[in-house]
Structure formats: structure tokens, C-alpha cells
Design a protein. Structure first.
Lengths: 500, 92
């Protein structure tokens, strides 16, 4: 039998893992997956990078209780100004959650996924969590259900998860070594006792791994989330990635530790450093050799509504929902039309093999570019961007490597109920801060840039570029890369600027 | 004998689900213990379950007003740090 020869002489992206992480011309990090799995995730914004430009998700906060303590979490979670996991404004009963989901699904037809993610651990609230799923699978069969968990009670609930047709589960696994776990989890509640330290971490890790194996054995897709905690599990996560892949997890999402003192978490108050964007990207690239990596996670709230990176929760508070009149049968028909249109568009995109960029000499170094984008196109004004998408252009093509937020996670303590807490990050203008977070990028693509930011960006060595407004991001990035290549600045020793 | 919930409670429901006597009920501004039902879990469990799962220090007290989870016992955050960032509240 003759096997097709796969060329391995072509240019590879820096850091390896090219095939698994969707670099080059592949429009999606999941392009390598078998068709039946891709069909399951193609409209799931949290699992498919391509889908997240078009499909929206929502979380309902029906699960307040938790059975472990993590050092990056503070259980006083009621803050309307923050966007991060574990935070919600309004806790819902299962009945209220159903009403909210139906209202949102009717209003935002692109909303395909309902997740239960907290604010505690969904599986530590089995009655509320599964009651919500049960009613939803009955009333809104066109909505995908998913759940995320710390894994402690996962094994005992796997059968029920399978019964409710939940085919996406996210487990947060920060370590596979109990000694490291003891630095992340001060205690767990297990078999009617609070168990501390290494012993608690050991039980948690065992349960997580067992749950992961049980889920994958049933064909349920598992994504693993890990929080990158510098000095604690940063060197360990490569091993975590390898092990969870062996056990059948299909996607690994390494997220940066969020630790601001004003959040009142252990790491925040102990002033534990968060990873830099470069550290995060480096680790993601290292793990990418073993595993498909998710890089578009926005670490959303346990009650988020909308596309990733946006939150329309304010439009759907219970008082507003109570006066909405939802005809879900009619909504389902509209939703189907919208979904089909988007899927058709995605399939067309996937089918188009983008030609390799011309005129880029072999050996050209990669360039990082920041993009103020929306829905896959260069669409936003520099000053209006809430985040920048970071792409790496190389001779192999444009590769999405992450995003950087332009706003502080929290708008300050005044609205958070603890007004006497010192504010972090004062004394730096928003513009200066936004330029600082773009460190390592050589170009910023946006629809428009004002005069002041233009000169400040240039002074910082970042070329502002408004020439590609409303173009698809990857095309725009490669066009700019070609322009730079034409100047000869990408070849070794061509100039002193360093690739990030 | 009965335990009580203090104003440190954040209404996370964890204790409600694990109480073997259904002694905990929702109220404003926070959950409360029905002292006619609470047995401090004697005969059911080695530790009172509400206190074993509660994530908040100083939220549960016994009849003597003693904290079952005193400051610093759950999060490991030193009291000086809480004071430094204005997150310290005197005992409930």
C-alpha cells in the first residue's frame, strides 16, 4: 500500500505545534478534527475559534455553591463591573433561568450554547443544575448544553450528564501533582469533611482524572481549562496538557491568572504576579506540540450573554425578562434560518484554500500584529477597541495567537461594595496603558486611528495601519506582512528590531 | 444547642444543600439557622456540615459566639493583608 507523502520541508511556525494550533491558512484550530467532532463544535463559540466570530453563548448563574476553595477565587462574587469567572450579578432559580434562556434565544438567534458555569461549581449544585438542563432540553431542543466543573463531584454525575445530552464538558485542571495542588487549593469538601492541603489536592486530582476518563469513554467532548499561575504551575502545565490529551480531552485552554488585590482573592491579596502576554503565549505554544490549544477564551462571567468578548447581560435582567413575551416555537424557526446561513458561510470559508502569500522570502522572521477586529474583519476604531486580537504573520500564513484586553478587569471598587479598597493601576493614561499592552507587536490594524494615538504608537515602534478597514483579518494581516517583506526588513540581520 | 449564621454570609447555598436536618433557610439579608432543627450534626456527622463546607470565615458561630471557621482559617490570607486592603471587618 502506498501512503501519501506529506511534505515536512515547508516552513513551520515558530514554537512548533503548527498543525494542532491552526496556523497557516487553516481557518480554525480544529480543522484537523474528525468530521463528527467538528460537526459538534462548529457552532460552539467556546470550542471553535472560527465559530466564536458568529455564534454567541450564554451562562445562567444557577449554581452558587462550591465544594472547593481555589486561591484565585473569592466567594463574594456579586460585582456588576467585573468580567471574570466566578462573578455574577443576579443568581437565578432554574425556572428563572429557563425564562431567561428562552428570551435571549429568541432575541439573539446566533445564541447556540447554554452553559452552566457557576458562580460556584455546577456539580456541587446538582439539583439546580440538572433541573435547568432537564427543562431546557425539553423546551429548547435547538440549544446545545454544556457545563464546566472543578471535577470533584464529576464521576458521580457522569451518567446524568450523558442522560441530559450534554455533549460538552469543561474541567478545570490546574495540576496533576498534589504537592502543586496544595499551593492552589487550600481545601476541599469531601465525604462530609473539609480536607486540607496535599490530601485534599490528591483527592481532587484523582476525581478530575477519573471524571475525564469516564466522559471521554462515553464520547462526551471534554475541554480542559488550566489557570497559568507563574511560579506555581507554569512549568507543570506542559505535563498536564500531555496527560489530558492522552486521556482523550480534545482541547486545552490555558488562561492567565487574574489576581488583582481588589478582587480579594488569596493570590490577589498576596500580590501574586499574573503571567505576561508573552509568557502565556509561550506556554500555549509549548503545549501546542501535544494538544489543540484554545486561544480565544475571554474568561467570561458565570452569567455572560452574547458573543465572546461582549456581554449583553444588562439587556436581560429578570425585571426586563418578566415583561417579555416569548413565542419560542416561532423563534426556533428564525433561529434555524440564521444558524444555517452562518454554517453555510463557515463551510464556504473552510473550503477556500487560501493561496500561500507570494513574494515572502524563505527565512523571513515572523511579525506580531494587533488587530481591532469584530466578526472576523478589521472593523474597529483604535480608541474604541475593548480588546486587540493578536496574529502572528509568517511565511506560512497568519496565525491567531491570542487577545489582549484594553480595559482593566474591574472599573474600580466604588461599585463593588467594598469602597475602601485601594485602586490598582492609577497614574497611567488609558492610551499609554493600551499602547503598553501591545508590547511585542509591530503593527496595529484598525479601521481608524486618531492623531494622538498615531504619534504615540509610532514612538513606541508600533506602526498604526488603517488601510485595511473592513477586510477579513487574515487577509489584511498577510497583506501588511507582504508589504513589510517587500522592504527587506524581515530577513535576518536586516534591521535591529526583534521579533516578539 | 444550635449554630448560627452571621452577617458575613454571602448566600452561596452550600450549607443548605448539605445540612442533614434541613435546618437552614433563605432569609434577607442572609441565610439563617432554625435553632429548633439544628443539632450541630451530632449523631449524623463528625463535623457540623454547614461549617465544613462554608467558604467564608466567621460566617458560622456556636452558642458561645465562637467562630467555627475563624479568620485566616479558610483562605490562608493573613489578617494584616485583609487590613492593608480594607477588607477586614470586625467580628460579627
Amino acid at each position: 500500500m502506498e501512503l501519501p507523502v506529506i511534505s515536512n520541508s515547508g516552513p513551520q511556525a515558530e514554537g512548533g505545534g503548527c498543525a494542532a494550533s491552526g496556523c497557516g491558512t487553516a481557518p480554525d484550530a480544529l480543522a484537523h478534527l474528525p468530521d463528527h467532532i467538528r460537526a459538534k463544535v462548529q457552532d460552539h463559540p467556546c470550542y471553535s475559534e472560527q465559530a466564536h466570530h458568529y455564534f454567541a453563548r450564554m451562562h445562567v448563574a444557577v449554581a452558587p455553591a462550591c465544594n472547593i476553595q481555589c486561591n484565585y477565587c473569592n466567594r463574594k462574587y456579586d460585582c456588576s463591573n467585573e468580567s471574570r469567572p466566578g462573578v455574577v450579578s443576579e443568581l437565578l432559580t432554574p425556572d428563572q433561568a429557563i425564562k431567561k434562556v428562552l428570551a435571549v434565544a429568541a432575541e439573539i438567534p446566533q445564541m447556540t450554547v447554554l452553559g452552566i458555569a457557576g458562580p460556584g461549581d455546577p456539580l456541587a449544585n446538582p439539583d439546580r443544575t440538572f433541573e435547568t438542563f432537564r427543562q431546557l432540553s425539553e423546551k429548547a431542543p435547538d440549544i446545545k448544553l454544556c457545563v464546566s466543573t472543578n471535577g470533584l463531584s464529576l464521576p458521580e454525575h457522569v451518567d446524568e450528564i450523558a442522560r441530559h445530552n450534554i455533549d460538552h464538558v469543561t474541567i478545570t485542571i490546574n495540576c496533576v501533582d498534589p504537592e502543586i495542588g496544595a499551593k492552589i487549593y487550600p481545601w476541599i469538601y469531601w465525604q462530609n469533611k473539609r480536607i486540607r492541603g496535599v490530601e485534599g489536592a490528591r483527592i481532587l486530582i484523582e476525581q478530575q482524572q477519573k471524571g475525564l476518563e469516564m466522559l471521554t469513554a462515553r464520547g462526551i467532548l471534554v475541554k480542559v481549562n488550566s489557570v497559568l499561575i507563574p511560579g506555581v504551575n507554569d512549568r507543570h502545565l506542559k505535563e498536564v496538557s500531555k496527560i489530558v490529551k492522552e486521556k482523550g480531552a480534545f482541547l486545552h485552554n490555558v488562561m492567565p491568572l487574574i489576581a488583582e488585590p481588589e478582587h480579594g482573592t488569596y493570590y490577589g491579596l498576596m500580590e501574586h504576579p499574573s503571567p505576561t502576554d508573552a509568557e502565556l503565549q509561550e506556554l500555549q505554544d509549548t503545549c501546542a506540540g501535544d494538544m489543540a490549544m484554545m486561544r480565544h477564551c475571554r474568561q467570561c462571567r458565570a452569567d455572560a450573554v452574547g458573543l465572546l468578548g461582549e456581554d449583553r447581560g444588562d439587556e436581560f435582567t429578570m425585571d426586563k425578562i418578566d415583561v417579555m413575551d416569548v413565542d419560542y416555537e416561532a423563534a426556533m424557526v428564525r433561529r434555524k434560518v440564521v444558524h444555517d446561513q452562518i454554517i453555510e458561510k463557515l463551510e464556504a470559508e473552510r473550503g477556500i484554500a487560501k493561496p500561500k502569500p507570494d513574494g515572502i522570502p524563505q527565512g523571513s522572521r515572523p511579525v506580531l500584529m494587533a488587530v481591532a477586529g469584530k466578526n472576523g474583519i478589521v472593523a474597529e476604531h483604535f480608541g474604541h477597541a475593548r480588546e486587540f486580537l493578536i496574529y502572528e504573520a509568517s511565511p506560512a500564513g497568519a496565525r491567531f495567537v491570542g487577545h489582549r484586553k484594553t480595559e482593566l478587569y474591574c472599573g474600580g471598587m466604588d461599585a463593588c461594595g467594598d469602597g475602601d479598597v485601594v485602586e490598582a493601576g492609577a497614574g497611567e493614561s488609558l492610551l499609554d496603558r493600551n499602547i503598553r499592552i501591545l508590547a511585542g507587536c509591530e503593527v496595529v490594524l484598525c479601521s481608524k486611528v486618531g492623531y494622538e494615538p498615531w504619534s504615540k504608537l509610532e514612538a513606541a515602534g508600533i506602526a498604526p495601519n488603517g488601510e485595511h478597514a473592513m477586510e477579513p483579518i487574515q487577509d489584511a494581516v498577510m497583506a501588511v506582512y507582504q508589504e513589510i517583506a517587500a522592504t527587506g526588513r524581515l530577513l535576518p540581520a536586516a534591521d535591529g528590531r526583534k521579533a516578539a | 444547642m444550635a449554630l448560627q449564621i452571621t452577617r458575613s454570609c454571602v448566600n452561596c447555598w452550600a450549607c443548605v444543600d448539605v445540612c442533614p436536618n434541613d435546618a437552614i433557610y433563605q432569609d434577607t439579608p442572609h441565610f439563617l439557622v432554625d435553632d429548633a432543627k439544628c443539632t450541630e450534626c451530632l449523631g449524623d456527622h463528625a463535623d457540623p456540615q454547614c461549617a465544613a463546607i462554608c467558604p467564608i470565615e466567621m460566617a458560622i458561630v456556636n452558642e458561645l459566639g465562637e467562630f467555627l471557621n475563624p479568620p485566616g482559617s479558610l483562605t490562608g490570607i493573613p489578617i494584616e493583608k485583609l487590613k492593608e486592603f480594607g477588607l477586614w471587618r470586625e467580628a460579627a
